[in-house]
Design a binder for this molecule. Structure first.
Ligand code: SF4
Length: 598
């Protein structure tokens, strides 16, 4: 080990060119670079703690606009006495929130002193940013590590805003990994990397843990740019370019701190109720899990079992293989049909190939299929109100291709050419927005007064309830977030429903998708979730928002759901599930539930 501090990845005395502004950290007084916070007005923005001078300089240079320069035009520096700057800090109003960069000094001792000084007048939010050492081989020099938690001195501090910050940094084009950062008291030497990694840490430094005390219990984040890796030890000449690459990443990350500052603060979260999984989605996931349990991996699933990236990824890890078409399923294998349903043609192909099939079609989708068959057999032209390309629509249309027409807008109604205008029927995709679909039904009944609809609503109870719930929270929210994947029809309809209620709304797969800019000025956030979005995603979003400031949650419940669907016979035979055994029709639910499969 040379004199290069593995924990920062930067050489303490040599290695980087002088112009890189290497810190002569030794010999600095314990408070060197610290703001004289006593007597300073408490900031409402973000204080960024940068242990080393080069780190502070890189961050200041990266801040938006003229923020990295002193009024005289030369780079602001922690030693900028005489230019009107408080030594060690730089207030940056910028386009986002106010950011001040504070040089806090190298190592735990100076960090403790700096934290005590900052905590005397705590900021709205605290960030620690600097370079660090990688502990795992997947990290490269210049990568950023955003801490989900920081360990040190036998204690752990959580950083719940990590996914928000990581997502924003990735959108800024940076390579980002989230995980545990370990703060150690001494330079990491050969052999110690593995021990720290075995404890779950992915990166190491010497300052983050004590610096987090500067937040005084308020929100805080930690970002470290990797300057050395276990493979490229600090004795390697690569450390020079590694240090520069790390500083470059810090500079590129700096503008994100402005957006973080603008997003920080306490807020209220209104939770839409009901939200997340419906009975059909729970049943479909159960079916794949039970098929894996009873038959072993792999189990093939035609199309995504439900339209959610997290659900699909979890099941893939458990041994499910998702395919687009049956042609990708080997002979003799087991295949599950997704909750969105399949056309008779797909069933026939599976039978022809003697595939072992389990049908996870939601019973409420199956009901629409049955209605399509009935109307077609009775000689009706069946107008299916839905969205082209959606798997549910493709499956339903396949029930009677010669007798069905897809209607996506009221204009499409004018193009219908029934052989008998008195024999027009309409059905709906189960996940439509009720208000949008009713406009199309009006156009149909205007043109074909004898048009007949389904016996009971096709738009399912779960879709209807979630739309009512999102309307209930939208009016009181500055912003509505809808948890759900981009290909989830019912989730997209929730976004549209909130927007029609006059509130801006965004679809997010998880907290990483939330743009910090959306949160600026949003003191009340509505949070809904599509029927295919796992409840855990909602919890993760609330937790991440809580990482920006105190969050108070309030649930707005418009309906209580008690619907349950039983398992298909292929799984019931081997499952001692009293509910599914007691309900051979496939549906269990209280009297009064609006829909029953037919
Ligand atoms: S959203 Fe409705 S139709 Fe779709 S799976 Fe859930 S209950 Fe079934």
């Amino acid at each position: 080990m040379t004199g290069l501090p593995a924990t920062t990845g930067l050489p303490a005395t040599a290695g980087l060119p002088a112009t890189a502004g290497l810190p002569a950290t030794t010999g600095l007084p314990a408070t060197a670079g610290l703001p004289a916070t006593t007597g300073l007005p408490a900031t409402t923005g973000l204080t960024v703690c940068a242990p080393l001078r080069v780190e502070a300089r890189a961050l200041r240079r990266g801040l938006h606009g003229a923020a990295g320069s002193s009024p005289a035009g030369r780079p602001a520096d922690d030693g900028g006495a005489g230019n009107g700057h408080v030594p060690g800090m730089n207030g940056v109003p910028g386009a986002g929130g106010q950011v001040r960069v504070v040089r806090t000094g190298y190592g735990p001792r100076r960090s403790e002193a700096a934290a005590a000084s900052i905590a005397a007048s705590p900021p709205a939010m605290l960030a620690v940013a600097g370079v660090g050492g990688a502990l795992t081989p997947d990290l490269r020099v210049g990568d950023l590590v955003v801490a989900t938690e920081v360990t040190g001195d036998g204690a752990t501090v959580s950083c719940p805003a990590a996914p928000l910050l990581a997502g924003e940094l990735r959108r800024a084009g940076l390579r980002v990994t989230t995980g545990t950062i370990a703060t150690v008291a001494h330079l990491v030497r050969h052999g110690q990397h593995a021990r720290l990694a075995a404890d779950g840490a992915i990166a190491v430094d010497m300052e983050s843990k004590p610096l987090l005390a500067g937040a005084a219990g308020g929100p805080a984040v930690v970002v470290r740019a990797i300057s050395d890796t276990p493979e490229h030890a600090v004795v390697n000449p690569r450390i020079v370019s590694g240090g520069l690459a790390a500083l470059r990443s810090l500079r590129q990350a700096a503008p994100v701190f402005e957006r973080l500052a603008a997003a920080a603060g306490p807020r209220q979260v209104l939770l839409a109720g009901p939200r997340s999984f419906c009975a059909g989605v729970e049943r479909a996931i159960d079916i794949v899990e039970l098929a894996l349990e009873q038959h072993g991996a792999p189990v093939y699933v035609r199309k995504q079992i439900v339209h959610n990236a997290t659900v699909v990824a979890d099941l893939e890890r458990a041994g499910a293989i998702f395919v687009d078409e049956l042609g990708e399923v080997p002979d003799g294998a087991m295949v599950v049909f997704s909750a969105h349903g399949v056309s008779p043609e797909v069933r026939q192909e599976a039978a022809r190939r003697s595939l072992s099939t389990i049908d996870a079609t939601c019973p409420l989708v199956a009901k629409v299929h049955a209605e399509a068959r009935r109307f077609a057999q009775d000689g009706y032209l069946v107008a299916l109100i839905g969205h082209a390309g959606h798997e549910e629509v493709e499956g339903t249309m396949g029930e009677a291709p010669g007798a069905m027409a897809l209607v996506q807008t009221a204009d499409d109604v004018a193009r219908l050419r029934p052989s008998d205008p008195d024999k027009v029927a309409y059905l709906m995709q189960t996940t439509l927005a009720a208000d949008e679909a009713s406009g199309i039904v009006d156009a149909l009944t205007d043109r074909f007064p004898a048009a007949t609809g389904p016996g009971s609503d096709d738009i399912c109870y779960a879709t209807t309830n979630r739309q009512r719930a999102v309307r209930a929270i939208a009016a009181d929210s500055d912003l509505v977030l809808v948890a759900g994947s981009a290909n989830s029809s019912n989730s997209k309809r929730l976004v549209e429903t909130a927007e029609r209620a006059g509130t801006r709304a965004y679809l997010v797969d998880g907290p990483e998708d939330i743009q910090l800019g959306w949160l600026a000025g949003a003191s009340t956030i509505g949070l809904a979730a599509g029927a295919s979005a796992p409840p855990a995603i909602v919890r993760q979003i609330v937790s991440a928002l809580g990482g920006l400031g105190e969050v108070q949650t309030k649930e707005v419940v418009v309906a209580t759901e008690t619907v349950q669907f039983g398992l298909p016979k292929e799984l019931r035979q081997r499952t001692a599930d009293p509910a599914s055994m007691a309900d051979p029709a496939g549906v269990a639910g209280p009297a009064g539930d609006r829909q029953r499969p037919t």
